[in-house]
Ligand binder design. Structure first.
Ligand SMILES: [Zn+2]
Length: 190
């Protein structure tokens, strides 16, 4: 069994540490130094995305990165006030952390492709198709966690939407190719 790499080392090696540092610095620029909250002029009140309920009926749970997390009477946890969409676009348009994050994702993709190629070799050389099925199963599981937790078309910003779309496309291509090698047909949409 391979021992998994410690998280810190993994973050250093893949460039995630640098992204987090850049992001922390950039986020500080959005905050009001006195209150620690995101500057008043950058935010707007938002209704519950699940039931449309007013945030005044919600319970404030905690503050993270200068934003309030509320729990609606319907059970939904959401942020309000939220950063205005145009401010979000402005922020992501110039944020170094967002550019760097795309590089990290791209590098990860190359890494995954290398891993996939290596597994295909192994499966073919040792007549072990189970290597491939196990990998595809694991990939589909990871993707499902991602898909449940990260909105794609409704992502918080353009650059985030773009990077998530790349991730979806990449995953779909790998799963399609893997299944075809196993003789299983795929469908284009659900
Ligand atoms: Zn609600």
């Amino acid at each position: 069994m391979e021992t998994p790499e410690p998280r810190d080392k993994f973050n250093d090696r893949t460039g995630r540490t640098e992204v987090f540092k850049l992001r922390d610095t950039e986020l500080k620029g959005l905050l009001n130094k006195q209150t620690g909250l995101v500057k008043h002029e950058l935010v707007e009140e938002r209704m519950c995305p699940a039931c449309g309920g007013h945030p005044k009926n919600a319970r404030q749970l905690w503050i993270k990165e200068g934003l309030f997390y509320n729990k609606c009477t319907c059970g939904m946890v959401y942020i309000s006030p939220m950063i205005k969409e145009e401010e979000m676009d402005k922020y992501y348009g110039k944020a170094q952390s967002a550019k760097k994050w795309l590089e990290v994702l791209q590098a990860q993709e190359d890494l995954d492709e290398a891993k996939f190629g290596h597994l295909l070799d192994l499966a073919a050389r040792e007549f072990r198709p189970n290597v491939l099925t196990a990998y595809l199963f694991e990939l589909a599981g990871s993707f499902s966690v991602f898909y449940d937790n990260c909105p794609v078309l409704k992502a918080e910003s353009h650059s985030l939407r773009q990077s998530r779309l790349i991730l979806c496309d990449h995953t779909a291509r790998v799963i399609k190719q893997g299944l075809e090698l196993l003789g299983i047909e795929t469908i284009e949409s659900m």
